[in-house]
Write a protein that binds this ligand. Structure first.
Ligand code: NAD
Length: 492
């Protein structure tokens, strides 16, 4: 197998005109069946692990170049997660690939069934800039595990990581069936115009619509990992000492709020509102110091476009007068300090658009019902968080809020459990991945029914006499005694 691989043979492709040919090449290589054996899949997964082991410092440095991401944060939230996804897939692959036996049914007796996972085929993976390594390579882990061929289009907004991936992937993986294409809208548009067997997209709901429209042309299945506003409800019984540290870490400690699962706004029981704000300010100062600009633990805003967008939120007169903490800015360094805004009007842009940055709006509510109403009035979030010690409140939130995921008494950690599907619902996306769900996202579950040549009863075939009709009706309706009686001719 090893000598068969064309590792390092093909580099990155630049230029939209080359892309249709590239996709054709990948499809031809896929048709040879090279991606199907478990051995190939394990070899590629080991290739990713080896890439990480040998290039960790380069990867982490590149993430710093793109996002000013602290190196240990890059390791914990990107590199290590890809490595553990590979390890899990290698460990479980045989089990995931094994046909799932299904018992036969009376209507097809004698028979037995199996659900056979087959690779969907040639997949397009389009990723976002905020976790540019993780969100590019983790879907590849799913595609490889499932036995697909793939083309990865990383985000042009994290150009150093995109360039690094297009350099490293051909060095460590089978470049006849795993290719990286650098580029932005033009290249993605050409790629979307090609025929795919699966499109896995991470990014905004706006572009998600473009992806889905393109996929519909060829009836291509899609996974859409989208974003939106992730709410946090803090109930009056919540343990604030524990909870607010976890909220602060989820907001500012994970790419400085530029994460799809970052807390987007807080809904706080009005009784504890001022205590929450005071404690949260203390937590921010403990984590990032009196002047967070000097902290080594905060990523920067990705680029001027996003910086101006976030600054625009704060310049809104409806918002600027309500800043209770932070609000400091440095245009040259693309820096905005962790910022709390209290009593934010519901019709402000801050409450209608995904924030994706270090600003955290706070809204007082009368209790859990008002929180549920506010959340349910908005598009379904990727994740909703609730902090409470009250089991009734917990139950009500879990039962009444529809969201991609939910975490009780913490933030973002659901992401770390590969036993949980990660994905959105409604406006926050469709389908999911992580762990076995990644394998499933790139697999077709083929239903196979096995029969031998025994077991044909005459009633199956025409001419359908009354007796035969009675028998067939009884069998289809599950009335087996009537079926036997109908054969005696006693039933008219
Ligand atoms: P984006 O939608 O702007 O870009 C994502 C990808 O789409 C990029 O690769 C880009 O090149 C491509 N693209 C952009 N415009 C396009 C167009 N007109 N036609 C075709 N392709 C186009 O998203 P982003 O700014 O990179 O990421 C931010 C968004 O992604 C946020 O909404 C965030 O919540 C969401 N997100 C979701 C997840 C998740 O796992 N659910 C993870 C990270 C980010």
């Amino acid at each position: 197998m090893e000598e068969d691989l064309e590792v390092g043979g093909r580099g990155a492709v630049r230029g939209a005109a080359e892309l249709p040919r590239l996709v054709t090449e990948v499809r031809e290589a896929y048709r040879n069946g090279r991606t199907r054996p478990a051995a190939w899949r394990v070899q590629q997964l080991n290739g990713i692990i080896r890439m990480i082991s040998e290039r960790e410092s380069e990867i982490v440095q590149t993430l710093y170049t793109d996002l000013g991401k602290p190196s240990h944060e890059s390791y914990v939230t990107e590199v290590s997660l890809v490595r553990s996804a590979c390890k899990l897939a290698i460990k479980e692959l045989k089990k995931w690939m094994a046909p799932l036996k299904v018992s036969g049914s009376i209507t097809t007796f004698p028979s037995w069934g199996a659900i056979v996972a087959e690779p969907l085929g040639v997949a397009l993976v389009i990723s976002a800039w905020n976790f540019p390594f993780l969100l590019s390579v983790e879907p590849l882990v799913g595609a490889i595990s499932a036995g697909c061929a793939m083309v990865l289009k990383p985000s042009e907004v994290a150009p150093a990581t995109a360039a690094l991936l297009s350099k490293l992937v051909p060095l460590y993986l089978d470049s006849s069936v795993i290719r990286v294409v650098e580029g932005g809208v033009d290249e993605t548009t050409v790629l979307l115009d090609q025929q795919w067997d699966k499109i896995f997209y991470t990014g905004s709901p706006r572009v998600g619509r473009i992806v889905m429209a393109a996929a519909s042309k060829h009836l291509t299945p899609v996974t859409l990992e989208l974003g939106g506003k992730c709410p946090v409800y803090i109930d009056r019984t919540a343990d604030l000492k524990v909870g607010l540290r976890r909220i602060a870490l989820g907001k500012w400690g994970c790419n400085n709020g530029q994460a799809c699962i970052a807390p987007d706004y807080l809904l706080i029981d009005e009784i504890i509102a001022s205590e929450v704000v005071d404690t949260l300010i203390d937590v921010i100062e403990t984590f990032y110091g009196k002047d967070p600009k000097t902290s080594q633990d905060l990523s920067r805003i990705v680029n001027t476009k996003h910086y101006s967008r976030l600054a625009g939120f704060l310049d809104d007169p409806k918002i600027s007068s309500k800043i209770v903490h932070g609000g400091a800015r440095d245009d040259n360094k693309l820096y905005i300090s962790p910022t709390l805004v209290c009593d934010v009007p519901m019709d402000s842009t801050l409450m209608s658009e995904e924030i994706f940055g270090p600003i955290l709006p706070i809204i007082k509510v009368k209790g859990v019902q008002e929180a549920i109403d506010i959340i349910s009035d908005r598009p379904k979030p990727l994740v909703a968080y609730v902090f409470t010690k009250n089991k009734e409140v917990e139950k009500r939130i879990v039962a009444s809020i529809s969201s991609g995921g939910m975490v009780v008494n913490d933030t973002i950690v659901h992401f770390l459990n590969p036993g949980l599907p990660f994905g959105g619902v409604g406006e926050s996306g469709m389908s999911s991945y992580h762990g076995k769900f990644s394998f499933d996202a790139f697999s077709h579950k083929k239903a196979v029914l096995y029969r031998n040549n025994l077991g044909d009863v005459p009633a199956r075939f025409p001419p359908f006499t009354t007796m035969k009709q009675n028998f067939r009706r009884a069998i289809m309706d599950g009335h087996y005694l009537s079926a036997v009686i109908s054969l005696t001719g006693l039933k008219k």
